[in-house]
Design a protein around this ligand. Sequence first.
Ligand SMILES: Nc1ncnc2c1ncn2[C@@H]1O[C@H](COP(=O)(O)OS(=O)(=O)O)[C@@H](OP(=O)(O)O)[C@H]1O
Length: 395
Amino acid sequence: MGCSVGCRTRLNFGKALSKVSVCFTMVVIFTYFFYCFTGLCDSAPRQMFDHHTVNRDYDVSDRTYDNLRPPARLYPHYPGAPTLWNRTDTSTGAALHRADEQVATLQWVEGGLLPQEIPESTKENLAVNGIPMSNTFESKKFPQAIIIGVKKGGTRALLEFLRIHPDVRAVGAEPHFFDRFYEKGLEWYRNLMPRTLEGQITMEKTPSYFVTKEAPRRLCTMNCHTKLIVVVRDPVTRAVSDYTQTLSKQPGLPSFQSLALKNTSTGLVDTSWSAVRIGLYAKHLENWLQHFPLSHFLFVSGERLVSDPAGEMGRVQDFLGLKRVVSDKHFYFNQTKGFPCLKKPEGSSRPRCLGKSKGRPHPQISPEVLQRLRDFYRPFNLRFYRMTGQDFGWD
Ligand SMILES: Nc1ncnc2c1ncn2[C@@H]1O[C@H](COP(=O)(O)OS(=O)(=O)O)[C@@H](OP(=O)(O)O)[C@H]1O
C-alpha cells in the first residue's frame, strides 16, 4: 500500500536486477554446456598423469611424423564375440565401432587420407547419440603396451593385426616420442593417442626405440610397467630389408656389400652401418634390461608372423591379457603379395594386405657376403637366444 514512487522504482529495479542475474546465470550455464558438448572443455589444462581425461582430437597421424601411413581400423565382424563393448555401454560401443569403420574406409590406403582430410560429414558421424565422441566415456591414455622394435621386423603387420582386436586402439603413425620428440613432453605424447574406453589397451609402435640408448630410461619415467613387444627377424634378412628401403629412396646408394663390409678382402663387417648395428639384438636388449625386467618383454618372431600369423597373434594376445579374438579365421595367404593378408570384413571393399612398402622384393646379394654376415651375427644371436630363452632358428 502506500509505496511511494521512489519505493516502486526501487522495487522495479530490484526485479529487473534479479531477472538480469537469472539470465546471466542461464547464459553461463548454457555456454558451459555448449563448450562441453562441442568438446572444447578438453582444451583445459589437466594433470600429466590423469589417465581418464578426454581430448577432442581424433586419431592422430601428424604430418611431422616420419611414417605418415594412416591408421587402418580393421574391425571384422565377430558374430557374438564378447568384447569390452559388452562390459561397458553396448550402444555407445557399437556406435563408436561403426564410426571407426567409416574412418577406416577413408584411411586404409597407404598415403591416403590424413585425419585433417576427413570430411566434416564423417566427423559428424563420429558422434554418438548426437553427442560428439569427446563427451562419451573415452579418454586418451598413455600406451600400456608399445611395439619398440625392430625396424623391418614386421612391426607394421603386427600392429595392424592387433588392431583387429576390439580391445586394442593404436596410433597409426609412429610417434617417435622416446627417441626424437621427447622434449615435447608427456602431455604432447598422450595427446597423440586415440581415445579408449575403460579396459581397452592403448598402443603405439616406433621400431627405433629398441636401438635408442635413452629410450628405456625415458619410457620407464612414463611407466615402468609398460609391456614391451619386440618383433625380431633374422638380422641378415633384416639388414637387406633395411637396405632395400633406403635404396628405394636413394637409387644411387652404394652396393649392399660395400656398405656392409669395411673391406672386401678382409671381410670385416662394418658395425658402424646402422643396417648392421640394428641386428645386434643382444646388445640393445642389454640396455633395456637395465630398466625393465625380462618379464615385461614379448619377443615375436618376424618369420612366424609371416608363416603362422594366427599362432604368433595368439602369443601376443596372451601377453597383453587379451581374449584370443584374432585367430586364423582372420587371415588368408595372398599369393600375389606373398604374405598373409587380412580377410575382407563384411561391408568393406578395401583390400587388407599391407602396402607396397611392406614385402618388397630384395636385391640379389652375393652368397659370400650373406654368409659373412651370418657368421658375424652368430654369437650375438646365440646370446640373444640365451637372454630371451627363445631359439629363433636363424642359423
Ligand atoms: N603380412 C605382411 N605383409 C607384408 N609384410 C609383412 C607381413 N608380415 C611381415 N612382413 C614384413 O614386414 C617387413 C617390414 O617390417 P616393418 O613393418 O617393421 O617395417 S618398418 O620398420 O616399419 O619400416 C617387410 O619387410 P620386407 O619384406 O623387406 O619389405 C615384410 O617382410
